[in-house]
Design a protein around this ligand. Structure first.
Ligand SMILES: [Zn+2]
Length: 57
């Protein structure tokens, strides 16, 4: 998959079973609707941890 923003390659990252695509160039993060839905079905604490890892904080 290529980044829709800059056209560079995307790398797939696995965050507690949820796969996201992260651009290796601009660090843009993309996930499909199914993954987003999966994220919102997680417990609040778990979701917070995943989001932190996603954002690198
Ligand atoms: Zn990009």
């Amino acid at each position: 998959m290529k980044c829709p923003k800059c056209g560079h390659d995307m790398a797939i990252e696995d965050l507690s079973g949820i796969e996201i695509d992260r651009c290796t160039f601009c660090e843009g993060i993309y996930m499909d609707a199914g993954e987003l839905e999966e994220l919102f079905q997680r417990k609040v604490e778990e979701r917070r941890g995943i989001l932190k890892r996603m954002l690198g904080i």
